[in-house]
Design a protein around this ligand. Structure first.
Ligand code: MCN
Ligand code: SMO
Length: 776
């Protein structure tokens, strides 16, 4: 069967996407819609004084003062040291980052709305900006949030006992690392269109989001509406990557104005708004001490991790998520005896911080993998051997690590060796020598990681976020035409769930993919779901679709058996029909009987019907762990500092693969984003908190010319704890590139004694590392 689990089936959504017929928020036409533009703060930190609306235009300009009934976004967490930062839709009293919304202006066109926004006069009384971690943590630093005693959202501690590791260690490695602040740059920016539907007495919000039901909750809480009075529809969404898994202040203002004025209102984020005012991600700083023996066996790790959160927590994931994940994930796939770690989530005058593909793990993987290479260099062993010595071996599975993570299945050293073989690590020494003879510097680097996916309720609760459930529901129904419709509250925005959920249904119902319609992203049409993030879709929504499809298949066999005049136990499902031996009755005939000819069914017909809603959660609540090793071969030009990727290999295991072709795409896309972090992307701010990278000419994204021809390898270790053995994998490929590439750069630079510890590894930084080494 070409459409069930395991098929490289072409994506259902591609026909509309490739022919320009997809429907994004910007494509939706609602009569009478006005467009919105925001007055945004030009200063990073200032007291907000009077706001003067252009005379005669007062009815088209709204400020916080006009919205006393709109509650701020309140980001709560149960973690004890966490401090709440209310995030108003429009600034009240103070602005805390450049780009913060101060007023919303509406007009028939965006251009008119922008003209109006320019005509609004805002009194701002500048305050000293807190633009970076050091400034924020200085004893006399100005406070971003006046009622806090410092500029820390949260601190966490993991107090492992390192005394034995320290006593036994013969090698001690100390390093500091830094990862850049980034913008997420989905192809489609954020967009929202809100209207009040008088007939339904409902606010209808079309928004470019990964999490329609969460946005409904957020909007209804802030607007004071019953949840049933809010319908959130996510149409086609052009990439999310985490940027679209949080409630944004613009969503709130647009919804409030639509309700107040009775007029449909839309805001479409432009690229400059995205790069200057959109939430950021990734910026970490590390101080690490690693204790090892002469073989390179890791004995203990002591770490401090700072995350530059920006001005506000975002709802619902708060400032807690990044730091909790960073502290919990630093040990990665390694068998580590002793671990101590402290994290600091720092408030600065920059846009807030949202999860981005990989959430904290790209940073911790970078820090950990560079540390392992430093150990390998110190003990004079091959980095691959040092990794294999420390990786959790297959025989130890399932394995609970030093931070309590339960690694459900797999063979981590096997993946590392497979990646090494694919990139021909054995032949590398000869290749390096040949390159050196030509005066060229090449290097090989690895990075290994685990990707926790489909986190259970208790995992999020432990991160202070008890509102995130580790379960999903789905509805699967037979339509009156005998085709199948799947309804899931999860969403598909590039990752292919629209196709793969249909494949799961086909596993039980044996249909052609074209006969399965998947409806998602509409709180009015689907079962409840908190949506798509944390690589939970395939495992959880897929598991729910699997359970519901299995039950629908059972019911179809009961009705089919009646029409075939046999016992259900004698039947099977094949090719969209119920069969007994050579006799069959198609789903269309069963649908016809159920919906239109009930007299064909028995008098005591089972009235449960052909619309099945089922819920699902994996058999463990701690998530399923995908794992991989990336290997990169690079050439570094010591004159220009430029890095070229010569070869790039990913060897990955995500359990049962539902659609291997889609997974190849997940790997290419994720790795491209990881290469962006490794070599190019950096959202820069000056000491006054002014964004310096406000266009795509300054904020450099990798394009096809910068990307290698990725080579992929797989193993398929089924998880014993999930339906079909599936594990999640949507974030994975973004996690390892920075570690693998910078390790490869450092391998290339090793003869010169230079070492990079900061990304992106721009030509400038590579040259600086070379000059530093020469000076030393
Ligand atoms: N899949 C599969 N077999 C598996 C696991 C997954 O075929 N064993 C496929 C499915 O089509 C699934 C996709 O791979 O939808 C990703 O799987 P999963 O790990 O379940 O992740 P989600 O579906 O929950 O998607 C969210 C995840 C996250 S958190 C980010 S961030 C991310 C990502 O997916 N954002 C993406 N991949 C993205 N891909 C695109 N094109 N655009 C984004 O915004
Ligand atoms: S960053 Mo993905 O939306 O968890």
């Amino acid at each position: 069967m070409t459409s069930a689990i395991g098929a490289r089936a072409p994506r259902k959504e591609d026909a509309r996407h490739l022919s320009g017929k997809a429907r994004f928020v910007g494509d939706i036409k609602v009569a009478g819609t006005w467009e919105a533009a925001f007055v945004r703060s030009p200063l990073a930190h200032a007291r907000l004084g009077a706001i003067t609306k252009p005379p005669g235009m007062e009815a088209q300009v709204f400020t916080a003062e006009d919205m006393p009934d709109l509650a701020p976004i309140r980001c709560e967490s149960t973690l004890p040291s966490y401090k709440v930062s209310d995030y108003p839709a429009l600034a009240r009293g103070k602005v805390r980052y450049v780009g913060e919304c101060i007023a919303i202006c509406i007009a028939p066109t965006r251009a008119e709305a922008e003209d109006l926004a320019e005509a609004v006069i805002v009194d701002l009384d500048p305050l000293p900006a807190v633009a970076d971690i050091d400034t924020a943590l200085a004893a006399d630093a100005p406070r971003l949030h006046e009622d806090w005693e410092d500029n820390l959202f949260l601190t966490t501690r993991h107090d492992g006992d390192l005394s034995e590791a320290k006593a036994r260690a013969t090698v001690v490695i100390e390093r500091s690392y830094e990862t850049a602040r980034q913008a997420m740059n989905p192809m489609e920016g954020k967009g929202v269109l809100a209207e009040w539907d008088h007939r339904a007495d409902q606010l209808v919000v079309h928004t470019s989001t990964q999490v329609p039901h969460l946005i409904r909750t957020g909007l209804s809480e802030c607007l004071g509406l019953d949840q049933a009075q809010v319908r959130v529809i996510a149409p086609d969404v052009g990439g999310g990557f985490g940027y679209k898994c949080v409630l944004q202040p613009e969503e709130l203002s647009v919804a409030w104005v639509a309700r107040k004025t009775g007029r449909p209102v839309r805001w479409t984020e432009d690229r400059r708004e995205h790069l200057t005012a959109g939430v950021n991600t990734r910026q970490h700083r590390y101080r690490i001490t690693a204790y090892a023996d002469d073989d390179g066996r890791l004995l203990g790790l002591d770490a401090d991790i700072w995350v530059d959160i920006g001005a506000y927590s975002v709802w619902p994931f708060t400032a807690c998520l990044e730091a909790a994940q960073a502290g919990g994930n630093l040990p990665g796939p390694y068998d580590l005896g002793a671990y101590a770690c402290r994290t600091y989530s720092v408030a600065t005058n920059k846009p807030g911080f949202t999860p981005y593909r990989g959430v904290a793990r790209p940073g911790v993987c970078f820090a950990m993998e560079l540390t392992l290479d430093a150990i390998a260099r110190a003990v004079g062993r091959d980095p691959l051997e040092v990794r294999c010595l420390n990786l959790v071996p297959g025989a130890a599975m399932p394995y609970t690590n030093v931070t309590g993570k339960f690694y459900d299945s797999g063979d981590y050293p096997a993946a590392a060796r497979a990646a090494a073989q694919m990139i021909d690590a054995e032949g590398f020494a000869a290749r390096k020598a040949a390159a050196a003879a030509e005066g060229r510097l090449i290097g090989l680097g690895y990075a290994c990681f685990t990707e926790q996916s489909a986190h259970g309720t208790k995992v999020f609760a432990a991160w202070g976020l008890p509102l995130v459930p580790g379960y999903e529901q789905a509805m699967v129904k037979l339509t009156p035409s005998g085709t199948v419709e799947v309804r899931s509250g999860n969403h598909s925005f590039g990752q292919g769930l629209e196709t793969t959920l249909a494949q799961v249904a086909c596993e039980w119902l044996h249909l052609d993919l074209a006969q399965v319609r998947v409806t998602m992203g509409d709180t009015g049409l689907t079962p409840y779901s908190t949506g798509a993030y944390a690589s939970r879709g395939m495992v959880m929504a897929g598991g729910a679709v699997s359970k519901a499809s299995e039950e629908l298949a059972r019911r179809l066999r009961i009705h089919g058996a009646h029409l075939l005049q046999c016992d259900p136990a004698e039947t099977e499902i094949r090719e969209g029909a119920v069969w007994k031996g050579q006799a069959s009755v198609g789903f269309a005939a069963i649908a016809d009987a159920w919906y239109l000819h009930p007299d064909r069914l028995p008098e005591d017909v089972d009235t449960a019907g052909l619309e099945v809603t089922e819920g699902y959660k994996p058999d463990i609540d701690t998530g399923l762990f995908t794992y991989a090793t990336h290997a990169a071969m690079v050439e570094v030009d010591p004159e220009s500092g430029r890095t070229e990727i010569l070869d790039y290999v990913i060897f990955e295991d995500c359990g049962r693969r539902v659609n291997p072709m889609i997974l190849d795409g997940q790997s290419y896309g994720g790795a491209a984003q990881g290469i962006g972090s490794a070599l190019f992307e950096e959202a820069l701010y000056d000491a006054a908190g002014q964004p310096l990278t406000s266009t795509l000419a300054d904020y450099i994204l990798p394009g096809p010319a910068e990307l290698p021809a990725f080579r992929l390898g797989h193993s398929e270790t089924l998880s014993p704890y999930s339906r079909h053995g599936i594990k999640g994998v949507g974030e994975g490929a973004a996690i390892a590139p920075a570690g693998a590439i910078v390790n490869a750069i450092n391998d290339a630079l090793a003869p010169m004694g230079a070492e990079l510890t900061r990304i992106p590894a721009t030509p400038h930084r590579v040259l600086a590392a070379i000059l530093d080494a020469r000076a030393a």
